[in-house]
Design a protein around this ligand. Structure first.
Ligand SMILES: Nc1ncnc2c1ncn2[C@@H]1O[C@H](COP(=O)(O)OP(=O)(O)OP(=O)(O)O)[C@@H](O)[C@H]1O
Ligand SMILES: [Mg+2]
Length: 195
């Protein structure tokens, strides 16, 4: 499987590469830093946020969840639309796509709480997300749906630049990737302090 093909476009002396025949899902609980990392990855790869796709194509919206103040996306339709996309798809639903490689960003729940509180989330929504992170909900979904091609990166003590660097190496280096095989990050002990 060819991962990268050089595009031979010189931009300010830098060669531009693009992921051309893989669909990569960059997923993770809200607040784990997907968008922050995606902004850096955009310099090198073709990257799209699911929120952008939905904005451009409102027929992908099933309904608005008033309680959560969020849009519910038609995942089957999204899957159909993106099935032949090559590049990095970003969002907490991206692992529902037929991805060749899945990268889950993780954050210690207490740090995640801090990141989410900058986002103007309700206490209920923060709680829901940090609980999901504490039980590795998205990683579990990914490991079930994408066995053998799911990787995860703990962002807790890293800058978005450091995380982006690791994500790039996971994409490009099959040996390096082995250090990040999903299933090793465990935050469950923090749950014990909550009750
Ligand atoms: N590695 C990091 N270290 C510290 N703060 C971070 C890091 N990554 C992101 N943040 C901060 O955490 C908040 C959430 O980040 P971001 O919006 O990138 O997350 P997200 O995963 O895209 O969330 P969502 O799923 O809601 O879109 C932002 O305030 C961002 O500046
Ligand atoms: Mg985001």
């Amino acid at each position: 499987m060819q991962i990268l093909r050089e595009r031979h476009i010189s931009r300010g002396g830098h060669r531009k590469y693009s992921v051309i025949d893989m669909l990569i899902a960059l997923t993770g609980t809200p607040g784990t830093g997907k968008t922050s990392v995606a902004k850096i990855l955009k310099k090198k790869y073709r990257v799209v946020e699911i929120s952008e796709i939905v904005k451009k194509d409102p027929s992908l919206i099933l309904y608005r969840d008033e309680k959560r103040n969020s849009l519910v996306v038609d995942i089957d339709k999204l899957r159909e639309k993106m099935s032949s996309y090559d590049g990095i798809v970003v969002g907490h639903l991206s692992h529902h796509l037929p991805a060749d490689l899945v990268i889950v960003l993780r954050t210690h729940p207490e740090i995640l709480r801090k990141r989410l509180s900058t986002k103007n989330y309700s206490e209920e929504k923060i709680r829901e997300n940090i609980e999901a992170e504490a039980i590795s909900l998205i990683t579990s979904e990914c490991m079930e749906m994408h066995t053998g091609r799911t990787y995860e990166v703990d962002t807790t003590e890293k800058t978005p630049e450091e995380v982006a660097e690791i994500v790039m190496k996971i994409i490009e280096d099959k040996e390096f990737r082995k250090n990040y095989v999903a299933g090793k990050i465990d935050y469950t002990e923090v749950v014990l302090n909550w009750y």
